[in-house]
Write a protein that binds this ligand. Structure first.
Ligand SMILES: Nc1nc2c(c(=O)[nH]1)N=C([C@H](O)[C@H](O)COP(=O)(O)OP(=O)(O)OP(=O)(O)O)CN2
Ligand SMILES: [Zn+2]
Length: 128
């Protein structure tokens, strides 16, 4: 028999500025984006309400994380002092922050963070 697998997605967004150090082009100048973030959570188990985890809980965690970066100059933040605030590095940082918040919820895996930097370009970050 097939094992069920539920993949939940919550969307959030933040607005911030960044500079890509050593970038050979105009992204080396300070500029801003409205980043969109998709948080994917996965589980094969439902609770007594029939939920993997309340969307409200995932949204709350996602809001806590976006608060850290919203309306900031990302290069000023500790996470991006030693690495460029690229879409790749922001997605990996978001994954770490969300993992920590979700770690109290047994059987629930943070599957991926997809970070849209523009309408036409995104990175999807996962871990094995
Ligand atoms: N792999 C990555 N490539 C680029 C990143 C990144 O984080 N990872 N970031 C940038 C810059 O931040 C840039 O601001 C992104 O904008 P861009 O893709 O250039 O999109 P635009 O719409 O501004 O420009 P077009 O080239 O006209 O699409 C660059 N690359
Ligand atoms: Zn940029």
């Amino acid at each position: 028999m097939a094992t069920p697998l539920y993949n939940l997605k919550v969307l959030t967004e933040f607005c911030a500025a960044h500079t890509l150090r050593d970038y050979p082009g105009n992204c080396a100048r300070m500029h801003g984006h409205n980043w969109k973030v998709e948080v994917e959570v996965e589980s094969s188990v439902l609770d007594n309400l029939g939920m993997v985890l309340d969307f409200k809980t995932i949204k709350q965690y996602a809001r806590e994380v976006t608060e850290i970066v919203d309306h900031r100059y990302l290069n000023d933040l500790p996470a991006f002092q030693n690495q460029n605030p690229t879409a790749e590095n922001i997605a990996a940082w978001f994954f770490k922050e969300m993992s920590e918040r979700l770690s109290n919820n047994k059987g629930i895996q943070l599957k991926a963070i997809t970070l849209w930097e523009t309408d036409r370009a995104c990175v999807r970050y996962t871990e094995n």
